[in-house]
Each structure stands twice: as C-alpha cells, then as structure tokens.
Design a protein around this ligand. Structure first.
Ligand code: HAM
Length: 424
C-alpha cells in the first residue's frame, strides 16, 4: 500500500475517467449558460455562522457534517457544505441585486460534508449549481427545472425522474406543521424519532423504515394545506413545465436536507444508483436572503451532483467522453527527426489540435505502440527521408492508410482530415 492515501470518502478523477468527469461537468453547466446565467467563483470556506443561519442549525448538513475549524485569528470557518448560502452572501456583499433582476448566477466545484462514505456518497462532492434571485415569477421556477432536465438529457440519460412538490410559505407552513405534529404525536414512534418529530417534523416523512412508513399512510401533506397564493403559484409552475415539455411526478412527501426551502421544491433521482440515487435537487428559498441580512428578495436554484451524474452515465453505459485525450500522435525516428517533431507538435497545438509525441529513444516499433495506446486517430511519422524532403507521413489509424504531405501544408492537411472525422 502507498505510504499516503487520499482522505477517506474523497474521490479522485484521473485519466482516462477524468475526461468523462469533465464532459459531465461541461454538459451540466452548458444549459445554464444558454439560459443567461453568469459564472460566480465562490470561496471554498466561509464564516461558520453563514451556514448555521442559512442552511439551518437543525439540519444534519450543519449539525453533524460540517468541517469546521478556527483560523489563526481564532475565527470559526467552515468548508462550504453547499453553494446557496455563499451565493446569497456574495450578492448582498457585492450589491449584485442593485442592478437588473433576477440576478442569475451559476457555479461549479467541490463541497464538503462529513458523511459516512459509501458508493456515491462522498465527503468531497462536486456540484454544478445555479441561483436566480429577485423574481417571484413561476416561469422562473419552470426555467430552473427545465435547465436541470436539459442538462441530464444532453448527456443522454433516460433512467431518471423528477419529483416535484410545494413546501408552502411562512403564511401556510406553520399551520401545516402544527397539523403534522399533532398527527405524529398519535403515532407509535421510538424516542429519537419522537424528538425529531418535535424539532423538525417534516424529516419524519423521510424515514425509510417500514414500521414508520406504515403509520404514515394518512399523514397530512403540505400540498393539501397550501394558502391561496402558494396554490396559484404551484399551478402556474406546473403549467409552465408542461409548456417546456418537462415531465414530473407529484411527490407530496418530498423532504430536502436543507431548511431554507419554500414553495416549489424538487429532486432528480436515478433508478440505477441504489441508495444514493439523488443526482440533483433544488427549489425556492424565499426568505433566505433577508434572513442573512440582505434585501427581502426571493430566490430559486439547484445543485446537480457531478459525481453521481457521472455514475449514472456509467450505469446507463453512456460513453460521454468518446474522443480520447489527443487527436494526433507524432512519431520521430532519429535525432534529426526529433528536432523537426518538436516544431511540428508545437505548430499543431498552436492551431488548437491536441497533440502528444513519442519521447525517449523507443524505435519505430515502440513508438507506434505508444501511438496506438494514445488513441489518437492520426499519427504523424517523421524519419530521415522526411527530414531531407521537408515532409511527413500522416497515418490514419482507423484504416492504416498512409500519405506523404509537405511540412508546409501539414497543419492544414491534419486539420482537414480531423474535421472530416468530426473530431474538430
Ligand atoms: P443537495 O440536495 O444537498 O442540495 O445537493 C445537491 C446534489 O449534490 C445532490 O442531489 C447530490 O447529487 C449531490 N450530493 C449531495 N451530497 C453528496 C455526497 N455526500 N456525495 C455525492 N454527491 C452528493 C444543495 O446542496 C442545494 N444547495 C441545492 C440548491 C441550490 N437549492 C437551491 N439552490
């Protein structure tokens, strides 16, 4: 075993799988850019109190899973467990809400939760997320959900579903909460569950145990207790989702692990991922910015799990990074050819073509083996004859066809062959 290992529960992506990771991240971000979201690069750690107040003190994410430490000045900082609170902080601090509304931002990167590691559940997890702040328009809810749906569809995923519900607002939630607590008091629950029912009763709906679920058959649900405004909003969101051709299932018992959600709330799950099936989720958080000292602006967003989306693509057998690492592999034979090859490789790279070359004195056979391993569709061979005549041979690895071209026209010739193949 190696002397050093990556920390427990932290996945690493290295070639060849890292190409698929990058392709997934790009596919998840692309629809956000297409919908007018600007990029925000957030700090990886923030004041602990931002997450305590923003995400909720009673959530597992904050109370059990945060990586919290004191810096050298004695301030309590935490590695970010999620992105929404940080985006709100940045909008308020940098007065991004003083211009046109809604403010639309997307982000990507690692988040940290000290969960028990298992397949698809990591302590350093990657997300692509977005937030839209400053509009109550239900068409914006539909946009956010449609952007997420497009991201998965773009990758070719099909074995996933969208669960949707409304969690109400500060007007109607308290009365529902009372109703739910009264119901749970009549159930036969163990002490820990009873405690949860008293502090965060919605969480009990999420209890996976058969003995608990059996008692929840007639449990009151939020969607039946929505106030007029929330009910109208939810109807409109569903109309707009139909207009956007997004399919969903009603999930009246959907519970999210973060406290800030109001109204529209959703989760995407993939059916081939076992216990860790959530590939993305989000919703409205209409009181969040105000609770963090900002203006009273509503917001909605999502976080899509990059690691789990990659696992979902692999489970469905999707080849998301079909083109390998390089387009061209240069093979020089002899010292004079090597000098020409370095120039050729640099020139091709300068033209935006991905190029690797044979290093070390491996001879033709060893070099061609390296070329084969590289997966490059084209190999450029330069020997003594070619050096003499300022030319090179281009070999097409798919059919073995070989052609001699002048060094002068090499970049154009390689480019033409690659665009024929659709590589460029
Ligand atoms: P979340 O549901 O906690 O939401 O996380 C979003 C996604 O991140 C999950 O659906 C899952 O795919 C992935 N994820 C979460 N925890 C792990 C883990 N331990 N290992 C692997 N993947 C994980 C949020 O974080 C909210 N900030 C989303 C949001 C944005 N809501 C409104 N705006």
């Amino acid at each position: 075993m190696a002397e050093f290992q990556a920390p427990k529960g932290v996945p690493e992506y290295f070639p060849p799988r890292s190409s698929a990771f990058l392709a997934v991240r790009e596919a998840l971000a692309h629809p956000a850019r297409c919908a007018g979201y600007g990029y925000i690069e957030l700090p990886v750690f923030e004041d602990t109190s931002l997450f305590v107040r923003g995400v909720g003190e009673s959530t597992d994410v904050v109370s059990k899973e945060m990586y919290t430490f004191l810096d050298r000045g004695g301030r309590s900082l935490s590695l970010r467990p999620e992105g929404t609170a940080g985006v709100m902080r940045s909008i308020v601090e940098n007065r991004l809400d003083k211009g046109a509304l809604p403010v639309k931002l997307w982000y990507a990167g690692p988040f940290f939760r000290a969960e028990r590691p298992q397949h698809g559940r990591y302590r350093q997890l990657q997300q692509v997320g977005l937030e839209a702040v400053g509009s109550d328009d239900p068409a914006l809810d539909a946009e956010v959900i449609a952007v997420a749906d497009e991201a998965y569809r773009r990758l070719g995923l099909s074995a996933y579903r969208l669960d949707l519900t409304s969690l109400g607002c500060a007007e109607c939630r308290p009365a529902y909460r009372e109703q739910l607590m009264a119901f749970l008091e009549r159930c036969d629950l163990d002490a820990a569950t009873r405690e949860r029912a008293a502090s965060n009763p919605l969480r009990v709906l999420d209890d996976k145990r058969e003995s608990v679920q059996a008692q929840l058959v007639d449990v009151p649900v939020m969607v039946d207790a929505l106030c007029e405004a929330c009910s109208t909003h939810y109807d409109a969101v569903r109309e707009f989702l139909r207009d956007a051709s997004v399919e969903w299932s009603e999930a009246p018992r959907l519970v999210r692990g973060l406290d800030y959600y109001t109204r529209t709330t959703f989760e995407f799950t993939h059916e081939m991922l076992g216990a860790q099936s959530g590939i993305g989720g989000g919703g409205r958080y209409d009181g969040l910015m105000e609770s963090l000292g900002g203006a009273s602006l509503s917001g909605i967003g999502f976080g899509l799990g990059t690691d789990r989306t990659l696992l979902a693509c692999e489970a469905e057998g999707l080849d998301v990074a079909a083109d390998g690492l390089v387009d061209v592999f240069v093979v020089p034979i002899g010292p004079a050819a090597r000098r020409v090859a370095v120039g050729v490789a640099t020139q091709l790279r300068g033209a935006g073509i991905r190029v690797d070359m044979a290093y070390g004195d491996r001879g033709l056979k060893g070099s061609m083996k390296a070329a084969d391993r590289s997966g490059a569709p084209l190999v450029v061979v330069i020997g003594d004859d070619e050096v003499q005549s300022s030319s090179a041979q281009i070999k097409n690895m798919a059919d073995g066809a070989q052609e001699t071209v002048t060094l002068e026209s090499l970049v154009a010739d390689v480019g033409a062959r690659l665009s024929q193949k659709g590589t460029l």
